[in-house]
Design a protein around this ligand. Structure first.
Ligand SMILES: Cc1cc2nc3c(=O)[nH]c(=O)nc-3n(C[C@H](O)[C@H](O)[C@H](O)COP(=O)(O)OP(=O)(O)OC[C@H]3O[C@@H](n4cnc5c(N)ncnc54)[C@H](O)[C@@H]3O)c2cc1C
Length: 337
């Protein structure tokens, strides 16, 4: 257990934050020990992977931070074309994807280069370029902080949705995810349905892409579009793309014919949060050191000396302005701490 632990390197906004207590969890024994301590029972606590989807509102977190550091990648089962892989929560997500692509196991290539740790991937059912974690997910193991027992979740039990799961909604902060299992395939046909991926493949003249082609293209698109948190603090998409009723979409489309919609269900259409923010005039704007990225309006950035409240205030101003202008409420994707 460490007193007054700096979290500056543990949040991708690059905020100068300190935690009253921190504990590094290298295995289940560390976790079992810590939950019996008085610090755990007396203080509030948070679970932290890479801190790439969190905004610390205050400079001092009056509580205990559980830093998930367990490691290990195990092939659990190999049968015919499919492989079940179990991976520890503390592994780096992007490195894990690379290692699977290198072995020729397909299914994760579209999720290349997403920052953070494996244990956080189910929290918001991470997704990119037409693929979500739930597409390959088999199950996970977690410690229930309420009952203090180890529990297994299958895919259905996780209640995955668009950037959502049970762990981000009804049971937020209840479980410490220790490992996840995914099913990958050796003869995998990559998903190239996403517009920018298909376009880039076409430009390169790749007609029959393998998983490493797709991984490479996804990395190139991401590097061109998204700011590197090591250079410019950010947490990727700050808001979710809103799902609106089809009638709301039609009304907006009448006013803005260029607005594109993606049918999500019988009644709802997904629209681009980036489009709404850009159309409202926020792209590239900054208030002090809190700003909206110049290339991608959905990404809020720390130009240097912003604190958590500066970024939060900017986000709330954007949210209110988009609501006033379009009648659409943007829901934050980032977790506020
Ligand atoms: C440049 C950039 C690009 C991004 N692109 C994408 C993208 O394309 N798609 C996407 O979905 N996301 C994206 N993100 C967001 C982020 O990378 C993912 O949400 C990632 O899964 C967060 O991992 P983390 O370890 O950093 O989580 P943290 O920020 O540490 O934690 C996020 C949440 O998960 C909880 N948590 C973390 N680990 C555990 C655990 N082991 N058990 C229980 N709870 C846990 C935390 O308490 C917190 O609520 C991007 C972020 C950045 C900075």
């Amino acid at each position: 257990m460490i007193r007054n632990y700096p979290l500056t390197g543990h949040n991708s906004f690059g905020l100068d934050v300190m935690a009253a207590w921190a504990c590094k969890i290298f295995d289940i024994r560390d976790l079992e020990k810590i939950i019996q301590s008085s610090v755990f029972t007396d203080e509030k606590h948070i679970i932290l992977g890479g801190g790439s989807n969190c905004l610390f509102l205050d400079d001092y977190f009056e509580g205990l931070v559980l830093l998930i550091k367990n490691k290990g990648i195990t092939i659990v089962e190999e049968s015919g074309n499919s492989v079940i892989v179990s991976v520890a929560a503390g592994e780096n997500w992007s490195d894990f994807v690379d290692s699977m692509v290198d072995r020729g196991y397909g299914g994760l290539e579209n999720l290349s280069l997403i920052p953070g740790k494996v244990g956080a991937a189910p929290i918001q059912n991470i997704g990119a370029y037409g693929v979500e974690l739930m597409d390959v997910f088999i199950g996970l193991q977690a410690l229930d902080l309420h009952t203090r027992e180890l529990v297994n979740f299958n895919r259905e039990a996780c209640e995955f949705g668009y950037r959502s799961s049970l762990f981000k909604t009804s049971d937020k902060d209840r479980y410490v995810i220790l490992s996840i299992d995914v099913m990958l395939h050796k003869n995998h046909t990559p998903n190239i349905s996403y517009g920018s991926v298909a376009k880039a493949l076409q430009q390169k003249g790749i007609t029959k892409p393998g998983i490493s082609d797709v991984a490479q293209i996804v990395k190139e698109i991401r590097q061109a579009k998204l700011p590197d948190p090591a250079v410019l603090g950010n947490a990727g998409s700050f808001f979710k793309n809103p799902l609106v009723h089809n009638l709301v979409f039609q009304n907006l489309k009448n006013d803005y014919p260029e607005l594109r919609g993606y049918p999500e269900s019988y009644e709802t259409t997904k629209i681009s949060a980036a489009w709404l923010i850009e159309k409202a005039g926020w792209k590239g704007k900054r208030i002090g050191d809190a700003g909206v990225h110049t290339k991608q309006a959905l990404v809020l950035v720390n130009h240097g000396k912003a604190n958590g409240r500066d970024i939060y205030s900017l986000a709330m101003e954007i949210q209110q302005d988009v609501k006033n202008k379009f009648g659409v409420v943007l829901e934050p994707e980032v977790n506020f701490i």
